[in-house]
Write a protein that binds this ligand. Structure first.
Ligand SMILES: NC(=O)c1ccc[n+]([C@@H]2O[C@H](COP(=O)([O-])OP(=O)(O)OC[C@H]3O[C@@H](n4cnc5c(N)ncnc54)[C@H](OP(=O)(O)O)[C@@H]3O)[C@@H](O)[C@H]2O)c1
Length: 252
């Protein structure tokens, strides 16, 4: 089998995983954060878990990108920049902003995320720097410009709304409150909405099945979790706003 065929199979595997993940998460909520519960085996400190499980998205992606024949071209480098902007923040900044003292994560969750991040790094880095072919004129293509804009919008929403959650806790606190203000007036999880927009923008900018596979996986992973978080707030907080949706303002 040629490497092009292996890469295409890897993309379809990721799309299949998106479907399986979505179905599974509609029945079993991933046991981390507010949904953590016993019975999922050994655990690691939350902060360590986040760093370890997301680091392949920085390191494996950079290494695979560096093997590609288009690695020094402008458009692949622009995509590398977008990707690393998101993931360098996720690995080296986000875990240190968490107010998560004493909380732990199931090793099983971290192991699943590491496996997925390696597959996803191969699918997207190999496409961008090797199998995809983008001339410099792609920088002025409406799909690139719109995709980068949506990516920027999603990244900004994700950063700002994650920060609103961190601000709900004083140093050392680990409890929960109903988040309020800005997009939280409309949905329970605007940080997830931002993340999904981020990768939809990336898929649009790369105009690739590889990018689409990751956007689908992100939505398949975070959609059911947004529903679970929304239900969790409703069950615990009598003052939780009735009109608030789970993920998409006014819709769902
Ligand atoms: N691409 C993907 O597939 C993917 C998958 C998962 C996550 N992510 C991203 O990773 C980030 C974190 O995800 P997450 O699922 O951990 O998000 P989350 O449940 O919204 O929690 C984010 C942080 O805020 C805290 N927090 C949440 N709700 C709170 C409340 N009501 N009051 C006080 N503190 C609260 C959480 O504490 P606790 O940990 O103590 O609950 C955690 O430290 C998000 O930006 C998300 O988009 C991406």
């Amino acid at each position: 089998m040629s490497e092009v065929e292996i890469h295409t199979w890897a993309i379809w595997l990721e799309i299949l995983l998106a479907g399986v993940t979505c179905l599974a998460l509609l029945f079993i909520t991933a046991p981390y954060g507010r949904h953590r519960r016993s019975g999922w085996g050994p655990t690691v400190p939350n902060r360590v878990g986040w760093i370890v499980m997301e680091i392949p998205a920085v390191v494996a992606f950079a290494w695979i990108f560096a093997q590609g024949e288009h690695r020094a071209e402008a458009v692949p480098l622009a995509f590398l920049g977008l990707w690393q902007l998101h993931y360098i923040h996720r690995v080296f900044i986000f875990p240190f902003r968490l107010r998560t003292e004493g909380k732990r994560m199931a090793l099983f969750i971290a192991a699943l995320a590491i496996t997925f991040n390696c597959l996803n790094a191969y699918v997207n880095a190999r496409w961008i720097s090797h199998f995809g072919a983008y001339g410099n004129d792609w920088l002025l293509d409406p799909r690139f410009i719109a995709g980068v804009s949506v990516f920027g919008l999603g990244f900004g929403i994700n950063l700002k709304t994650d920060q609103s959650l961190f601000n709900l806790r004083k140093p050392g606190e680990t409890g929960y409150e109903v988040p309020r203000g800005w997009l939280y007036e409309y949905v329970a999880c605007p940080n997830y909405l931002g993340e999904i927009l981020d990768w939809l923008g990336f898929a649009l900018a790369t105009w690739s099945l590889a990018g689409l596979a990751f956007a689908l996986y992100t939505a398949a992973n975070l959609g059911p979790r947004a529903i679970a978080n929304h239900r969790w707030y409703r069950e615990r907080f009598p003052d939780y706003p009735k009109h608030r949706k789970a993920l998409v303002p006014f819709l769902f």
